[in-house]
Ligand binder design. Structure first.
Ligand code: GL9
Length: 818
């Protein structure tokens, strides 16, 4: 039973009056937004209550997704879609004289993540709820999410993100479920009468974790799971234990301002920060979450631990939550007083670990001394885990000390380090990479000896994206067209899109499809004009690269090619190319100098190109500031060409590649990450693959990469790099862009930009040709949308269920939607 427009209108007005204390005449868009959220939240909370009751009554096994990041974006549109209330709300607001689109723009993004890894977590909890799987997301309730990016004179400026300044209508505080977390202090060894040893941790500091629940509504509105985020607060009771230890207090007590723990998200993407506060953040949310899981388990099973591993599975989203492994061991051994072997058996049947990157700078390592200071008992437990593991290694490779050194959790050296990746592999029953190629490289290059030791542990689960947000909600025009061709249930069964393929050469369908693309391009053109003042021609090719700024993702390869086109046009005013708009969206980690220099260079080249009358409309360059989920939702439907040009072997999967192709963009990309699988799905005629493979890259590395070979051999490359040294793009400031040339030429460039330049440029010429053949292009675009079925996050989650979690769905009775 669905609510009528009239009833929904009444609900909005009721909330305007009695939740917000305003009325229809005074309300601005922000108030309308909050009232609409409140009206939807009535259904959300009813669904949440039913779901929790059902899961409790059925004593279901559940997955607990531990992640330092959840990049949720906006929730109103999604929640309305999932309850089937979008059109009702749209109509109700219309009758109240309010435009839904304007109301939706009032919602700040929940940007509690950096990029792909955090957005993947958000897509996964959407699928988990949609597939009616019992699941909880656990993370941190950051007060400030990822910084807001402003561009001033071409350079990135970081501003704080304050997503909760005017309240968040979705989250529910649960003070009844507060947890306490210990930090610092020392470990006391106690000797029992029977000769046994007991360890007691006397913490130096205790903080409170306050849970905030964000309901996660599945498509169809049946299961409503929760994302539980922990906020740190000062604990209100004085730490008598440490105080009574007398003089020890001054020596051992570390003062941590409790509130700072959840204050801000570390803005580093793929770099390990190595900062004390970061380790404390990780431990804080893991400890709170484990205690929360155990509290819930005990409510049903009391002190009987024998069923714990049947009820609980914990997925570690990268190594960020790896400290949960020794924390569970501590709770089981020190608190529950289980013997080590029983505790280890439980632990290693509960944890599974996902690796998201091979970049060495991203593999987390903590100085043993830092762990000893912050979590002294955990370091002891890690040593014990390692000691027993070393014995196992010795059994497999007797007397082989180099194997031991290679596999040890502890890395010896001037500063002893704890390798969190090794801890995660040893403490988990399954380890997965995030795309076929990546998982192969995890086995062959990152953890080959672990694979030899435990041949069934390492596996693959290719990433996916939720088609609810990334097609249905963000691209209503295409969704409507797809509905008509393949029926309306594709959001739940994305393979249905294959039904589009047989219409790929149909002229009428091509026309409809391309007219949707054209309309979406117009919407983005309006957005570009509003935010940058740049006018773009929607007949031009919209060529988009959106992702974090990183050398391995090679935005500078894209930039060099843009400069090459510019130069070709200047040298030959009749240079034959279809007009193209190159559009970028990217944030750089605040401390990543070269990444910021690349943003600056893109903007400087853009200034010059966009204002050069000799170029006209042939070439435009746009850098859209503050790339985020809600901006992605506007850019993706309007894309013609999707740039996925990382150095082969470096991008573990990518997920933007899937979103863009799903929305009818053609990929130009390397054989890296999930591009490989996208190419398999769409076929080689419907994607532009170029450049070195992983094997080529390794061979070039082995033979010695000399960028100067390319510089001196290829006159265009030389001209472009030299151009960067002049003041052409930065009048009066020669050398302002020179760091890019230096990195590519003098500093060895580990990402082989020049080596791939010519292949990239040639592939772009093929793209240009293909686009000009309207029928061919339309066919390619349709095939891309049609063949993206594999990349629904529902398939990823089903793979996790089959290969890792062994989880059953649990039907929650449908509620009356009001
Ligand atoms: C990443 C990989 O780099 C991506 O290729 C992958 O698609 C995602 C999701 O698996 O994970 N790993 C990683 O550290 N980031 C990724 O995007 N970066 C962050 O977002 C922190």
């Amino acid at each position: 039973m669905k609510i009528s427009k009239g009833d929904f209108k009444a609900a909005i007005i009721r909330h305007l009056h009695s939740t917000l204390g305003t009325d229809e005449n005074k309300a601005n868009n922000h108030a309308w937004w909050k009232a609409t959220c409140a009206a939807i939240q009535e259904n959300v909370l009813e669904g949440l209550r039913r779901t929790q009751k059902t899961h409790y009554m059925n004593d279901t096994r559940a997955v607990h997704y531990f992640s330092a990041e959840f990049l949720m974006g906006r929730l109103l549109s999604n929640n309305m879609q999932n309850f089937g209330l979008y059109d009702v709300a749209h109509g109700a607001l219309k009758e109240l004289g309010v435009e839904l689109a304007d109301v939706l723009e009032e919602e700040p993004d929940m940007a509690l993540g950096n990029g792909g890894l955090g957005r993947l977590a958000a897509c996964f909890i959407d699928s988990l709820a949609t597939m009616e799987l019992p699941a909880i997301g656990y993370g941190i309730h950051y007060e400030h999410g990822l910084f807001r990016q402003e561009i001033k004179s071409g350079a990135q400026i970081e501003r704080p993100d304050s997503w909760r300044d005017y309240g968040n209508p979705w989250e529910i505080c649960r003070p009844e479920s507060i947890q306490e977390v210990s930090l610092f202090g020392y470990v006391e060894t106690k000797y029992g009468d029977n000769g046994g040893i007991k360890k007691e941790w006397h913490p130096g500091s205790i903080v409170k974790g306050v849970p905030w629940d964000i309901p996660v509504v599945g498509y169809g509105g049946k299961t409503v799971n929760v994302l539980r985020l922990w906020q740190s607060e000062a604990s209100d009771y004085f730490n008598w234990d440490v105080f009574n230890a007398g003089g020890y207090v001054d020596a051992q007590r570390e003062n941590i301002q409790a509130e700072t723990i959840s204050k801000v998200l570390y803005p580093n993407d793929e770099t390990e920060a190595g900062k004390e506060l970061r380790l404390i953040q990780q431990y804080f949310f893991c400890s709170c979450s484990l205690k929360d899981i155990i509290r819930r388990y005990k409510r049903a099973h009391g002190d009987d631990w024998s069923r714990f591993k049947e009820q609980v599975v914990i997925q570690l989203n990268d190594t960020h939550p790896a400290i949960a492994i020794p924390e569970l061991m501590r709770i089981l051994v020190d608190r529950a007083e289980l013997d080590w072997d029983t505790a280890w058996d439980i632990s290693t049947h509960v944890f599974a670990y996902t690796n998201h990157t091979l970049l060495p700078e991203a593999l987390e390592k903590w100085p043993a001394r830092m762990l000893e200071k912050i979590l002294p008992r955990h370091l002891e437990i890690i040593y014990e885990i390692n000691h027993r593991f070393m014995n196992e290694v010795d059994k497999k490779w007797p007397g082989d000390n180099s194997k031991k050194a290679k596999l040890s959790i502890i890395e010896e050296g001037p500063e002893k380090m704890v390798r969190m990746g090794h801890l995660s592999v040893i403490g988990s029953f399954k380890v997965n990479g995030v795309a076929e190629l990546h998982s192969r490289l995890v086995k062959e290059n990152l953890f080959p000896d672990f694979d030899a030791l435990w041949p069934d542990k390492l596996t693959n689960v290719t990433n996916g994206i939720t088609p609810r947000r990334w097609l249905k909600a963000c691209n209503p025009l295409l969704s409507e067209l797809v509905d008509k061709k393949v029926g309306e249930d594709w959001p739940l069964n994305l393979k249905k899109l294959e039904g589009l393929a047989k219409h790929a050469t149909n002229k009428t369908f091509q026309k409809s499809f391309m007219s949707v693309k054209q309309k979406n391009k117009q919407l983005l053109a309006d957005e570009i004009y509003a935010s940058t003042g740049i006018q773009v021609d929607t007949n031009a090719i919209f060529d988009i690269q959106i992702k974090r700024l990183h050398e391995y993702k090679r935005q500078h390869l894209n930039l060099l090619h843009i400069m090459a086109l510019y130069r070709r046009i200047l040298e030959n005013p009749d240079y034959d190319m279809h007009p193209r708009v190159f559009i970028f969206g990217a944030k750089a980690a605040p401390g990543y100098k070269l990444a910021k220099d690349i943003i600056f260079a893109i903007n400087k080249v853009a200034d010059k190109v966009n204002n050069d009358p000799r170029v006209g409309n042939k070439l435009k360059v746009v850098f859209l500031p503050n790339y985020r989920v809600s901006l992605a939702e506007k850019m993706i439907p309007a894309c013609d060409v999707s740039e996925q040009i990382s150095t082969a072997g470096k991008e573990a999967s990518g997920t933007g590649n899937m979103k863009l192709a799903l929305n009818g963009a053609v990929t130009i990309g390397t054989l890296d990450g999930a591009n490989v699988e996208i190419a398999e799905e769409v076929g080689e005629d419907n994607i532009f693959i170029f450049g070195m493979t992983v094997e080529d890259v390794n061979a070039l590395k082995a033979s010695g990469y000399n960028p100067k070979d390319y510089y001196y051999k290829d006159a265009e490359i030389k001209a472009i790099l030299d151009w960067l040294e002049t003041d052409y793009f930065t009048p009066g400031k020669p050398g302002a862009l020179v760091s890019i040339k230096q990195s590519l030429l003098d500093l060895g460039d580990p990402f082989f930009v020049l080596a791939d330049f010519r292949a990239y440029s040639d592939a772009q010429i093929e793209v240009d040709k293909a686009y000009r053949d309207k029928a061919r292009w339309a066919e390619m675009v349709i095939i891309n949308t049609a063949m993206m079925g594999k990349f629904t996050s529902d398939r990823s989650i089903q793979d996790y269920v089959d290969r890792v979690w062994r989880l059953d769905s649990c039907a929650v009775e449908q509620q009356k939607i009001r």
